[in-house]
Design a protein around this ligand. Structure first.
Ligand code: ADP
Ligand code: MG
Length: 565
């Protein structure tokens, strides 16, 4: 039998998809391989087909018990001898499975990385003929991956203990360069066939919205898309429960899913959704891995996720059938803080040293910052995503919220120069509120008290109003013409780039939606709600800037090895 016979006989397909053959051929010729393909591309087949053609056993490392179970079940149904070894089995069951495996009963054995260290498994592996070791969801080996698992590092030790090194293949949907390098490096892949297939999902429409009432937005959206299947992702269980309740009240047939629910309840929920009994699923990010539902027409993120990797993976569950689908992110500055809190309270592996933990936290923070930029961006959203994943893009997709909006661009370089003079004059002692107030020539007791009214910058941008000045400062912070101190005071500081403005080498442009909110004349900041939102925005900004200044620190640290084996 050759690879085509296998494809037809066991999987029922007559053609390989993009990239599959290249990887299969490489492995069959004895080479290591790294396949980076988006979710749903068909990575499993890339190791399952060669596993059946190689003489010995293929061990597949997989992070989730449920994934292993599903895959083994599917393989068994197709008549392929496969088994899994993980903590859902008793010691007796494991011993029995390994006994059978040693006799050559199985061609494919799925194992959790923790298993590799155990005596029984190692004994088995030393005696058996292992043709290939495959690492699925290989980004878990990298601290740059969105869900780093220290236990994935055990794979390296395991490989070293085998007398004959098998072919090593690895697969992931995370394509950032950091992760890619970590996989090759940490796993010790030997001149691997590296295959990266296109990450663009042209049928998906991306948008970021900032509705005043997110609930309203979601419920209206669902009403406007009756009988369509969709997922609403929230960052907390509380949000899931609350939104689910509202849908119940409105008799929207919906299901919910989060880790606080019982196993049976979750299974039922998932099934209701997959079989279209409930077309709408409201869930935390606990939902979705390994779910193969092709007709999801929209994915709405009620909160901003923690990273662009997470976002693209979750949003990417829409439109798996290739038909058009929408991915909408509902942004509010509080999301940044909620996420920062979630990151800080995330349970960390006790094996880590303080220094390693600090490095992980910084990387998390950096990813959050990049996610936040996505939400604030006024440019092509698809290009933003693709560039992040290392792919070139023209930046003009015509199928995202930003490409469809009409923007007005205003050159504010002259104003930026005055802002820089003001920050210089303040000698790093004040934050954005004092600076904007001073430039606007506001008559506040505080400003008089600080002596701001005697500054030469006082009132130098009086024609703009404080909001507009803040908007320009914000833009300058995003582009690195200014920065803030990484503490709760967020004091404005000049950067190495600040001088470029005065030297005529830099340009600051504010981009805003035509006829959008920000181009309306400024209302007096008198109403309570207005003030509330101001506070939120400046707090969001403060945090956001703290994240930004961590960046250089992270770059500095990158010089040191990110992992210790
Ligand atoms: P990934 O791991 O890349 O997210 P999977 O391996 O789970 O994706 O495959 C996704 C779906 O694509 C599965 O339903 C699988 O059967 C299907 N598939 C894989 N390869 C092919 C192929 N050559 N032809 C048709 N369908 C395929
Ligand atoms: Mg997979």
């Amino acid at each position: 039998m050759n690879k085509f016979d296998i494809l037809k006989k066991y999987f029922g397909y007559s053609q390989f998809r993009e990239g599959q053959e290249t990887l299969i051929d490489a492995v069959l010729s004895g080479r290591d391989a790294l396949g980076i393909m988006p979710t749903g591309a068909g990575k499993s087949l890339c190791y399952q087909v060669p596993a059946l053609l190689l003489p010995g056993i293929t061990i597949v490392i997989s992070p989730l018990i449920s994934l292993m179970k599903d895959q083994v079940q599917t393989l068994n149904q197709a008549g392929i001898h496969a088994a899994y070894i993980n903590s859902s089995l008793t010691e007796n069951q494991i011993a029995k499975a390994l006994q059978l495996a040693a006799k050559g009963t199985y061609k494919i054995i799925y194992a959790a990385p923790e298993r590799l260290e155990t005596y029984v498994f190692l004994e088995f592996a030393k005696q058996a003929e292992i043709s290939m070791l495959t690492v699925d969801e290989a980004h878990c080996i990298s601290q740059w991956g969105q869900d780093f698992r220290p236990s994935y590092l055990k794979i390296v030790r395991f490989l070293q203990q085998l007398e004959r090194r098998p072919i090593v293949s690895a697969f992931t949907a995370t394509a950032t360069e950091h992760v890619r390098e970590d996989i090759v490096c940490v796993l010790g892949l030997r001149q691997p066939e590296l295959l990266i297939t296109g990450f663009d999902r042209g049928n998906l429409y991306f948008a970021v919205e900032t509705p005043k009432q997110k609930d309203r937005f979601v419920l209206d959206y669902i009403k406007a898309h009756p009988a369509e299947s969709g997922i609403i992702y929230c960052s907390t269980r509380k949000n899931v429960d609350a939104l689910f309740e509202k849908m119940q009240d409105l008799a929207i047939p919906s299901a919910k899913y989060h880790a606080g629910m019982g196993q049976e309840e979750r299974r039922q929920s998932q099934e209701d959704f997959v079989y279209d009994r409930c077309p709408v699923m409201t869930a935390t990010n606990a939902f979705g891995m390994g779910i193969d539902k092709s007709n999801v027409r929209y994915v709405i993120h009620y909160n901003m996720p923690q990273s662009l990797e997470n976002y693209y993976q979750e949003a990417g569950r829409a439109g798996r059938d290739g038909e058009t689908a929408e991915c909408i992110l509902l942004y509010s500055p509080q999301d940044v803080m909620i996420n920062q809190f979630l990151l800080e309270s995330k349970e960390q592996n006790p094996e880590f040293t303080e220094e390693e933990l600090a490095a992980i936290r910084e990387k998390d923070t950096e990813r959050l910052r990049i996610m936040n930029y996505y939400c604030l961006s006024a440019n092509c959203l698809r290009a933003y995503i693709l560039n992040y994943f290392g792919e070139q893009s023209r930046g003009d997709c015509q199928n995202c919220g930003n490409c469809r909006k009409e923007f007005e661009e205003t050159d504010v370089t002259a104003q930026a120069e005055k802002i820089i003079s003001c920050v210089r004059e303040m000698r790093g002692r004040y934050g954005i509120n004092v600076a904007a107030g001073t430039l606007a020539g506001a008559d506040r007791a505080k400003l008089r008290e600080y002596g701001m009214t005697s500054y030469s910058s006082y009132g130098s941008l009086a024609e703009l109003g404080e909001q507009r000045i803040k908007q320009i400062i914000n833009q300058m912070l995003m582009e690195g013409y200014l920065t803030v101190t990484p503490d709760k005071y967020a004091l404005l500081r000049l950067t190495g780039k600040s001088d470029e403005i005065a030297q005529g080498m830099g340009k600051v442009v504010v981009r805003e939606v035509k006829g959008g909110l920000s181009s309306l004349p400024e209302k007096p900041a008198s109403s309570v709600s207005r003030r509330k939102s101001d506070i939120l925005n400046s707090r969001g900004l403060e945090l956001f800037e703290r994240l930004r200044s961590l960046r250089s620190e992270i770059a500095r640290r990158e010089g040191m090895p990110p992992y210790i084996i």
